[in-house]
Design a protein around this ligand. Structure first.
Ligand code: F6P
Length: 325
């Protein structure tokens, strides 16, 4: 890589944290330093940019973080940055610090900020960092694999106790408006039913009758996975107990899904994406998202990417239904 365009860049994490964000920060700082750039670690997302809250980061400042969950820069969702006043404050900080470009790691809300800042003359490259995997132009977002593995481990534990008591566990998982986590975790955990927002469901047909059918073939304990976009797990558990006679318990997994040491996949993808972001900035290229499709890293225009819809694999849902009986 050669650096023809930028002397000083910033890196920030924004929105919900995701395991692997630290690996991405590390890659940005190291790749930037290698190119002779000054790299600022901006604290608390866009808030730090508006409030001039940042620190210079060198090679050793990102030692021992590739294995850590969360984000050492901390994260936030900022309403002020969506306003003209917020944008002007951010531009003022960039002028004062001599920041020529910014790497933004976050979800689609963070991408809008990166696009707006780019349009105001500070080239930004955005990396998809969210456990939800709900970004249109990407097959994969940093943090998704770790969250999936965490859900699987948690549900495996719930299964142990469910099995011991001949019960049904109704488990709500995160994903915001998308069912990727629920669908894939549901398959990995052998859930009898999986309820996701992308697929209309009939509770009697898709939960009660499936349970009754499997009861006839001898099944006595059950796991039902429900996406948070559907919710209502407490009521579902009560209804299942009433209509099937199987004692049922509801669990909302919650923020445990966001933490933990990132998996190999998240560390690898985050490292490649961070490196690519610096490469783009070093060529003076901004207003881009670094994404992954078919296991390859590529970049695309932020505005175009924001118009793309993410969609779950309906074939995968069919597989789940066919084999979890
Ligand atoms: O986008 C990540 C995510 O964890 C979603 O799955 C969830 O809906 C949301 O963030 C929770 O946000 P908060 O941390 O603000 O409660």
């Amino acid at each position: 890589m050669e650096n023809n365009a930028m002397k000083t860049i910033g890196v920030l994490t924004s929105g919900g944290d995701a395991p692997g964000m630290n690996a991405a920060i590390r890659a940005v700082v190291r790749a930037g330093c290698e190119l002779g750039m000054t790299v600022y670690g901006i604290n608390r997302g866009y808030n730090g940019l508006m409030e001039n809250d940042m620190v210079k980061m060198g090679l050793r400042d990102v030692s021992d973080i590739i294995n850590r969950g969360g984000t050492i820069l901390r994260s936030a969702r900022s309403d002020r940055f969506k306003t003209e006043d917020g944008m002007q404050a951010a531009l003022r900080t960039c002028r004062e610090r001599g920041i020529d470009g910014v790497v933004v790691i976050g979800g689609d809300g963070s991408f809008r900020g990166a696009r707006d800042l780019s349009l105001h003359g500070i080239p930004c490259v955005a990396l998809p960092g969210t456990i939800d995997n709900d970004i249109g132009c990407c097959d994969y977002t940093i943090g998704y694999d770790t969250a999936l593995n965490t859900i699987m481990q948690m549900v495996d534990r719930i299964r142990d106790t469910t099995e011991s008591h001949d019960r049904c566990a109704v488990v709500e998982v995160m994903g915001r408006g998308a069912g990727y986590l629920a669908l894939n975790a549901g398959i990995a955990c052998g859930a009898t039913s999986i309820l996701i927002p992308e697929i209309e469901y009939d509770f009697d047909r898709d939960v009660i009758q499936r349970m009754v059918r499997t009861q006839r073939s001898g099944k006595v304990h059950f796991v039902i996975i429900v996406s948070e976009a559907i919710g209502g797990v407490e009521e579902m558990a009560k209804r299942i107990q009433k209509e099937t006679g199987v004692e049922s318990r509801a669990t909302i997994l919650g923020h445990v899904q966001r933490g933990g040491s990132p998996t190999v996949k998240d560390r690898l993808v985050a490292s490649q994406m961070g490196h690519k972001a610096v490469e783009l900035l070093s060529q003076g290229i901004g207003n881009r998202i670094v994404a992954m499709q078919n296991e390859k890293i590529y970049d695309c225009d932020i505005s175009e990417a924001l118009t793309m819809k993410s969609s779950v694999d309906l074939d995968l849902y069919k597989v789940a239904m066919d084999i979890s009986i």
